[in-house]
Design a protein around this ligand. Structure first.
Ligand code: NAP
Length: 242
């Protein structure tokens, strides 16, 4: 049995990733701030799949807390095969209206969290001489987007982080990749107005938005042995938008 830690697993893409890994017999460590949502996911997954789920109610940008979570998970499961850094937020506004607090918040939740969890998990992966880290970036980290300077900067930095860490850890049999989704139907995109949604739709070759399962499938593939010779890559899952 394998073990995976997934951040931002209380809803959306992270929740779908948790289900995908549960269906494939992974024990899970799930992190988010909404404890009630995590509890009900744990209950459902443990009932339907023969796995163990630990939940951690925490802010992923908290360095100390991240270390405690990873240490606790390792103590309980004795091995960490996979880390998925999925937690993320948007706070869209034009640069002139963006406060220092707005900027720091997006960068801390989206980028610092990736540093936190990758650092603490890689300590154990190095010991095991095995591990897979998957970071959820975004197509806007590649092409940019007006009104999303903080978000796209964080997502672009995740790509550079991924490529650098892949080179750092490759010789120890640890793979590090990123997934860059396009427009996926979740709470994050639900709040956009209809005009913006229609504009995006017209830019997507497949003429539909993506589902959370379509992202989870790619994350699961990258975590699996089927992807054993893939590292330092960014896989775009955007229905042909970019
Ligand atoms: P979502 O539905 O808003 O879910 C975000 C998840 O992150 C939730 O589980 C949330 O849980 C968690 N989270 C947010 N801030 C957190 C914090 N400070 N500490 C711990 N957990 C936190 O978003 P989504 O659409 O599924 O997005 C998931 C990832 O995919 C993000 O990194 C996002 O940037 C990326 N992405 C999404 C799209 C898209 O179209 N949806 C496109 C490209 C990339 P709590 O609120 O319970 O803490």
């Amino acid at each position: 049995m394998k073990n995976a830690i997934i951040t931002g697993a209380s809803r959306g893409i992270g929740k779908a990733i948790a289900y995908k890994f549960a269906q494939n017999s992974y024990n899970l460590g799930l992190i988010a701030r909404n404890e009630e949502a995590l509890r009900s996911i744990k209950q459902e997954l443990e009932k339907n799949y023969n796995i163990k789920v630990e939940i951690y109610c925490a802010d992923v940008s908290d360095y100390k807390k991240s270390e405690e979570i990873v240490d606790d998970f390792y103590k309980k499961f004795n091995r960490i095969d996979v880390l998925v850094n999925n937690a993320g937020i948007t706070d869209d506004k034009f640069l002139l209206r963006m406060t220092e607090q707005d900027w720091d918040n997006v960068i801390n939740v989206n980028l610092k969290s990736v540093f936190n969890f990758s650092k603490f998990v890689s300590k154990y992966m190095l010991k095991q001489k095995f591990g897979v880290i998957i970071n959820i970036s975004s197509v806007v980290g590649i092409i940019g987007n007006a009104g999303q300077t903080s978000y796209s900067a964080s997502k672009s930095a995740i790509i550079a982080f991924t490529k650098s860490l892949a080179k750092e850890l490759g010789s120890r049999n640890i793979r590090v990749n990123a997934v860059a989704p396009g427009f996926i139907l979740t709470d994050m995109t639900e709040k956009l107005n209809e005009d913006i949604k229609n504009y995006y739709l017209s830019q997507i070759a497949l003429r539909r938005f993506g589902s959370v399962e379509e992202v989870a499938n790619v994350v699961y593939f990258l975590a699996s042995d089927e992807a054993s010779y893939i590292t330092g890559q960014v896989i775009i899952v955007d229905g042909g938008m970019v």
